[in-house]
Design a binder for this molecule. Structure first.
Ligand code: 5GP
Length: 215
C-alpha cells in the first residue's frame, strides 16, 4: 500500500519558497498544502483557512495542551504549528502534502516521519539579494526587516539537515529542479496509470485533430 510523501520546504523568508511551492501545487493539483495554525496577524491578501488558520494565543495554547500539534515553534515572535491529525490521514490515504515550515518544523516533522519526508531547502543567491528582496516587501517595517535578516541567517545555518538544496538565482531553473526532485521521489506513474493517461479520450481527440488538420 503506497503512502503519501511529506514535501517539506524550508528557506529564509525572501528566498522565493512560497512562489516555488505554489507553482508546484499549480502544476500538480493533487498535491495539497498543509495549512498551519498561527498566532500572527493576517496580512493583506491572505485568506483564513487557505494560507493559515489564524487563531488567538488562547486557542493555540489549548491545542498545544491537547497535544494536537505534530510540531509547533516560535518564529519571528509568533507561534506556528502543524496539526497532527491531517498529516496522519494524508499519509494513510497516499496523498502528497507540501509543508512550508521553518527548520524547527522541518526537523520535527522528519523526525516523526523519517521514511515519508522529502526535505528541500531553498537558498537565495546571496545575502545582498536576500536583503534587497526583503526590503522590497512594503508590508514590513525596518525593525521587522532587520529581525528577518537575522532569522534568515539562523535559518540558513540548518541547510545540511535537508536532502536537497536549491539555489533560487533564476526562478525557472529553480522550479525545474524542484519539479525534478518531486517527480523523482513520488516515482513515475504505474503502467496502468500511463495507459489511462495516454489513451484518454482527450489524448485521442488531440491525435484526431492532428491527423485531420490540413496544414
Ligand atoms: P510567514 O509568517 O512569513 O508566513 O512565515 C514565517 C515563517 O514561519 C516561515 O519560515 C514559514 O516557513 C514558517 N512556518 C509557517 N508555518 C509553520 C509551521 O506550522 N511550523 C513551523 N515550524 N514553521 C512554520
Amino acid at each position: 500500500m503506497s503512502r503519501g510523501v511529506l514535501v517539506i520546504i524550508s528557506s529564509p523568508s525572501g528566498a522565493g519558497k512560497t512562489t516555488l511551492a505554489r507553482r508546484l501545487m499549480t502544476e500538480f493539483p493533487a498535491l495539497e498544502f498543509s495549512v498551519s495554525f498561527t498566532t500572527r496577524p493576517m496580512r493583506p491578501g491572505e485568506v483564513d483557512g487557505k494560507d493559515y488558520r489564524f487563531v488567538s494565543q488562547e486557542v493555540f495554547d489549548k491545542m498545544v495542551a491537547d497535544d494536537q500539534f505534530a510540531e509547533w515553534a516560535l518564529v519571528h515572535n509568533n507561534y506556528y504549528g502543524t496539526a497532527k491529525e491531517p498529516v496522519d490521514r494524508a499519509l494513510n490515504e497516499a496523498r502528497h502534502v507540501v509543508f512550508d515550515v521553518d527548520w524547527q518544523g522541518g526537523r520535527a516533522l522528519s523526525k516523526q516521519w523519517p521514511d515519508d519526508s522529502l526535505k528541500i531547502f531553498i537558498l537565495p543567491p546571496s545575502v545582498d539579494e536576500l536583503s534587497r528582496r526583503l526590503r522590497s516587501r512594503a508590508s514590513d517595517s525596518e525593525s521587522v526587516i532587520e529581525a528577518r535578516l537575522a532569522k534568515a541567517r539562523e535559518e540558513m545555518a540548518h541547510y545540511d539537515e535537508y536532502d536537497f538544496l536549491i539555489v533560487n538565482d533564476d526562478v525557472d531553473k529553480a522550479y525545474a529542479t524542484l519539479r525534478a526532485v518531486y517527480l523523482t521521489r513520488i516515482g513515475t506513474p504505474t503502467e496502468d496509470e500511463l495507459v489511462k493517461q495516454t489513451t484518454s479520450r482527450e489524448a485521442k481527440r488531440q491525435a484526431e485533430s492532428l491527423v485531420c488538420s490540413d496544414s
